[in-house]
Design a protein around this ligand. Sequence first.
Ligand code: RB5
Length: 147
Amino acid sequence: MRLGIAADHGGFDLKEEIKSYLMNNGHDVTDFGAKQMDSGDDYPDMVIPLARALSAKEVERGIAICGSGVGASVAANKIAGVRAALINDHFSAHQGVEDDDLNLLCLGGRITGASAAKEYVIAFIGATFSGAQRHLRRLQKVKDLEK
Ligand code: RB5
């Protein structure tokens, strides 16, 4: 799967760990930064380029990490076609895709440990949207807001 990943200083270490893990498992991962630890960087500068790439279908799914995961999800959801959510549990990591067509998993680098984060990422990328009529109907109501 073509994946994109991005993080600010609050998520940098977790991003590096997840990126290595995904690449070692055969995924094509584009890193939208930060490319180095910088305690003064701002999450929109990394998250929005990833969100735009997702919107343009240059990547199929994304992972965005800040300290809490809140700022990353708030910023990314401003971009049309992006469906981002902060994920702190395994169920939501796959159900978000199955029901809501989640395409950007947001994590908190100061909240979620690396082992749990990897499990959420595996659940996220392994899930597929159900395509059920009720979910398509609900998603259309969300998409209508982007017009
Ligand atoms: C940065 O210190 C921190 O505020 C940011 O990483 C994130 O947690 C925002 O939601």
